[in-house]
Design a binder for this molecule. Structure first.
Ligand SMILES: Nc1nc2c(c(=O)[nH]1)N[C@H]1C(S)=C(S)[C@@H](COP(=O)(O)O)O[C@H]1N2
Ligand SMILES: [Mo]
Length: 410
């Protein structure tokens, strides 16, 4: 379980192809034994085997084809930047390249541009300014397993998210070099993965041109100082800070500037929200008017104490956690130990930038023998807070209710 995974060095990145051995990307390393360790999430059918895939430590397996791997929650307490080998994995389509020939790999920019471009990774790394940003990638369906009533779709716990330092070039710089035609309205992103069945549409996502031109939107080739793991999109992925990770197209090889709104399935049919201010409906109610999902509402989590933990009574107890939003930045985190009746201010930790996880902590002295319902409530710099009651929508998106962790003092 603890075997050291070979890192992908820069040398391998720049020359030749990158192969992950004979077992391939979709095959877990080692045996998936009946007695593999498991983690059980606190909802129905929440039992997950912990299995290591290539370049990954053992993660909670939701599905293998396509790979959907969840980060065990304690990882978020260990490091404010989620290690690459622990970062969650989500693919829609099972036909993912097992190896990439870096001599042949090109990123193309075409469509409504003056000069279509076709660039190697080396050209991207040498002909453009390299920039770095800390940003949270969170699946739109993160925490879906907690929806009540339950909704179909991947039953994620809270670990379909991660924070990393992404390095690459600005999408803006590339678009300006290609020259945008006057009638351009959207930019569409496509990766190397393909549907297995012809009936499934290829995954492509689009941003409006003005969103695509924001300076924080990157085409990243590195994550926490290393090449992207294959499962997180080697060699390039879109990094759209603040936006749900569905927009962060992996194994990005094609960018198309469009002069009309993208009509592809993944924009018009999938990832839609009820078109009302709360993006919610009554449980069971069907969607009529919908809008595409966009940026992430503010959230926070307690990371150092889990449900059911017993802590020593009569001694100072530190509650630690993380908070994030869509990029306004975290203004305040409040903490309650009595299920939300009284709130105290948490102390914010180091600021790694507006799109990053922000660490926080608070202290209290539990009375011996007493039960505590711990909650955290984050507020961003434009005054938006988490929700006091969970909202419901049929796809299980946008959860940002105040979460509760019940603990007991000894
Ligand atoms: N090419 C490609 N990019 C993709 C996807 C995909 O299926 N194919 N899934 C998206 C979704 S829904 C999510 S949540 C993130 C997951 O990123 P990760 O696997 O690096 O955590 O990738 C996004 N980019
Ligand atoms: Mo996602």
């Amino acid at each position: 379980m603890n075997e050291k995974k070979p890192g992908i060095g820069r040398r391998q990145l720049l020359q030749g192809s990158l192969a992950l051995g004979l077992t391939g990307l979709l095959t877990p390393k080692g045996l998936w034994a009946k007695d593999s360790p498991t983690v059980t999430l606190p909802f129905e059918r929440g039992r997950r085997p912990l299995v290591a895939f290539p370049q990954k430590r053992p993660l909670m397996v939701m599905t293998t084809r396509p790979p959907q791997l969840e980060t065990p929650f304690h990882i978020f307490n260990e490091d404010i930047f989620t290690p690459n080998d622990a970062f969650f994995v989500r693919w829609h389509l099972a036909n993912i390249p097992q190896k990439i020939d870096m001599n042949g790999f090109r990123l193309t920019i075409r469509g409504r541009v003056n000069h279509p471009l076709s660039l190697s990774l080396h050209e991207l790394q040498t002909q453009f300014e390299q920039v770095e940003i800390a940003a949270v990638a969170q699946c739109a369906g993160n925490s879906r397993g907690f929806f009540q009533p339950r909704v179909p779709g991947g039953q994620w716990g809270n670990g379909a998210m991660g924070n990393a330092n992404w390095k690459g070039i600005r999408l803006r710089d590339l678009l300006l070099k290609a020259g945008i035609e006057g009638d351009a309205v959207q930019v569409r992103f496509d990766g190397l993965d393909q549907p297995v069945a012809q009936a499934t549409p290829d995954l492509r996502k689009s941003l409006r041109l003005d969103d695509a031109l924001q300076e924080e939107v990157l085409i990243a080739h590195s994550m926490n100082g290393e090449a992207l793991p294959m499962l997180n999109g080697f060699p390039l992925r879109l990094v759209a800070p603040g936006w749900y990770a569905t927009y962060w197209v992996k194994m990005l090889n094609d960018i198309e500037v469009l002069n009309e709104a993208d009509q592809n399935f993944w924009t018009t049919q999938a990832y839609r929200l009820p078109a009302n201010p709360c993006h919610c409906v009554k449980p069971g109610e069907a969607l009529t008017d919908t809008v595409p999902i966009g940026k992430m509402p503010v959230r926070s989590f307690i990371t150092n104490l889990e449900e059911g933990r017993t802590i020593p009574g009569g001694e100072s107890c530190t509650i630690k956690g993380i908070a994030f939003d869509q990029g306004y930045g975290i203004d305040r985190v409040l903490v309650s130990v009595d299920g939300g009746q009284q709130w105290l201010s948490a102390r914010l930790g180091k600021d790694y930038g507006d799109f990053s996880f922000r660490p926080w902590e608070a202290k209290f002295i539990p009375k011996p023998g007493q039960a505590y319902a711990l909650q955290s409530l984050a507020i961003n710099r434009i005054g938006e807070s988490q929700r006091f009651g969970a909202r419901w929508n049929p796809n299980g998106y946008l959860r940002n209710v105040i979460e509760t962790v019940n603990i007991q003092a000894s």
